[in-house]
Write a protein that binds this ligand. Sequence first.
Ligand code: ADP
Ligand code: MG
Ligand code: ZN
Length: 480
Amino acid sequence: MLNENYELIIGLEVHAELSTKTKIFCSCPTEFGAEPNTHVCPVCMAMPGALPVLNEKVVEYAVKAGLATNCQISQNSKNDRKNYFYPDTPRAYQISQFDKPLCEHGYIEIDDDKGNPKKIGITRIHIEDDAGKLNHNEFSGGSLVDLNRAGVPLIEIVSEPDLRTSEEVDKYLKKLKAILEYIEVSDCKMQEGSFRADVNVSVRKKGESKFGTRTETKNMSSFRAITREIEYEANRQIEILENGGKVEQETLRWDDISGKTFSMRNKEDAEDYRYFPEPDLVAIKLSKEYIENIKNNLPEMPESRKSRYMEEFKLSEKDARLLTNSKYLSNMFESAEKICGNSKAVANWLLSDISRILNEKEMEPSEIPFEAEHLAKLIELIDKGTISSAIGKKVVEELFINPKNPEDIIKEKGWIQISDEGAIKEVVMKILENNPQSIADYKAGKDRALGFLVGQAMKETKGKANPQMLNKMFLEELKK
Ligand code: ADP
Ligand code: MG
Ligand code: ZN
């Protein structure tokens, strides 16, 4: 629990890997998961004298991201060297942008904790190259450098310190991720590190106007971990202040197992990087028409899709938001709805069972293994009474393991609902015979006994009996 006398100030620096086919300064592929050091060339391996050439798509994607987050796009921009040594960066500098980023002064709108719209400022979006990766080798005790990721294009999206709670941070990040997915500039796969955040946290006494000293926790790539980190860090800082101490400006690392932050280094300042204009690249000049053209071709954004769902399908604000927070989920919603025409059911399945399974399996909506047609078919089977919704749940589980036409699944598994009067009657008679006490209870006015009998019949048929028919037939028999 947070000490009520304090307020949190949070600002985020999000790194998103762009889904261009090739790297930012060379033509090596960006594809994830290849054998180490197979997607490399003299440029991204930083051979002396190799010259970078800026990938035009990177500029286009960054401008798209800027326009989608209400930024002003700079017509005159440039790249700068950011000097630092790190073993996965053989050049000993990163090519980033310093004083002339491509995009500035934007915002993203979220709902604050009272449900009112709140604008979170975007300070800037700039382009830069990703570093390589160190693989720590257990056998030799050393580390091996893989440069496949070196030169994969990134945008860094820096927010204003406008966020006040971990819930707001969660909403902001999910909204930002959704926007980047919608405009198709990043796949935002958090497990692959293509959407990760540096989290800046400080605290101050309520009513104070000056910000406190912040810490920055690097490379967070799970929503849950970010929430935990913010709460841990805020409490740690409050405790220091309450004990009369001072918060150190530090760069931290989060350890998810112990649930604590650890110091990596003292915070560096911009001067420490000795930024200067990158002499191997020309300046970036964009015409008004170029920017306008990208603006006019932006697709529908999550916010307007959400309003459309509330209007067109009468979904609640919350359901519409949850669906449209993921392009994949909402695309599946639209496709399945078109086929089966039952928007309520499609939304329910996606937001309840399917979301739950995604959570359990730690999967992203983009990794759903089955098609919208499968979901639509499942809903039709339930609507027609071929299967009960209890069986429907089992079919969904099965769709994640072995995706195919639900009709085939229920045939193979023998899950077709029993709606044959004779068969239902047989079950009803058997259950009544075995439960004379329940009959007596019902006749004595205990309505609950009916539910018990139906439950027993369901058990007997492994969930396959048509529940409406069971109910009706039990009632008929009990009233005799
Ligand atoms: P850098 O981390 O590269 O030095 P900045 O100083 O511009 O860059 O700040 C980076 C992030 O820290 C921004 O997202 C900003 O909103 C956030 N930030 C700045 N001051 C504070 C503060 N006192 N508390 C929390 N966040 C802050
Ligand atoms: Mg920073
Ligand atoms: Zn290369």
